[in-house]
Design a protein around this ligand. Structure first.
Ligand code: ADP
Ligand code: MG
Length: 248
């Protein structure tokens, strides 16, 4: 479904990712773990198409090459990224942002009142599930939001857009235990076997709630080791150091 081949990413002539390969099948949850500065956020931004990154290699969704497409085109194809540090967007309400995003997606027209009313009801319902009150959807996007609210906002967008490839960068940072539970419930809601998930995280904490099928360690610009859930438990117990030795 989602296939990354020989991906190279650099920022201002600094090589961050050096030949990364990854294949995610429908219904699979993959975790990418790695120490600070390993390039996890750069990888997620490269997959989404951040214009300031220099990217070589192949990123395919259902056989279609996306590596040359701009961010909005990738979003339309079904790629979604929940940011580690979501931006504040002054003057734009949560409900407006999500309405625009939905209407930009094929098939949902803003003038189609019935569809939009339904979408709004679903939005309010999802906000409730994420532990936010009704007023949340009328607030300006991320303006004055707490860390946990910003993360819930990312989840709200994910639930509305129902993307095919869901990339979550440090989605649990800033969240308390209840918040993590809500995030894992949101992921479970969408995990119907037609989508795939890439959970990018430094801490193993989220992986206790969202069970990954595969865990990969990213270091020195590459996936240096792949395994299953046990790898995350081992990292929790022993840290990254033992995996980083001899892998430069
Ligand atoms: P991680 O998410 O794994 O902690 P990042 O992808 O944020 O790592 O960063 C990887 C490396 O790229 C770091 O060494 C970081 O300093 C560098 N980096 C990230 N963004 C920039 C930038 N805009 N300019 C220069 N270096 C950057
Ligand atoms: Mg990061």
């Amino acid at each position: 479904m989602f296939t990354i081949k020989n991906l190279n990413v650099s920022i201002e002539d600094k090589e961050i990712i050096k030949g990364l390969d990854l294949e995610i099948k429908p219904g699979e949850i993959h975790a990418i773990m790695g120490p600070n500065g390993a390039g996890k956020s750069s990888l997620s931004e490269a997959l989404m198409g951040h214009p300031s990154l220099k990217v070589h290699g192949s990123i395919k969704l259902d056989g279609e090459e996306l590596a040359e497409l701009p961010v909005d085109q990738r979003a339309k194809k079904g790629i979604f990224l929940a940011f580690q540090n979501p931006e504040e967007v002054e003057g734009v309400k949560v409900s407006n942002l999500i309405r625009k995003a939905l209407s930009a997606k094929e098939g949902v027209k803003e003038k189609d009142l019935e569809t939009m009313v339904k979408a709004h009801e679903e939005l309010v319902e999802n906000a409730k599930k994420l532990g936010m009150d009704k007023t949340f959807v009328s607030r300006e996007v991320n303006v004055g939001f707490s860390g946990g609210e910003k993360k819930r906002m990312e989840m709200l967008q994910m639930l509305a857009l129902k993307p095919k490839v869901i990339i979550l960068d440090e989605v649990d940072s800033g969240l308390d235990v209840d918040g993590i539970k809500m995030v894992s419930d949101a992921i479970a809601t969408l995990n119907d076997g037609t989508r795939c998930f890439l959970i990018i995280t430094h801490y193993p904490r989220i992986l206790k709630h969202v069970k990954p099928d595969f865990v990969h360690i990213l270091a020195h610009g590459k996936i240096i080791l792949s395994g299953d859930e046990k790898l995350a438990h081992d990292i929790e117990e022993h840290g990254y150091a033992k995996y980083l030795k001899g892998n430069k």
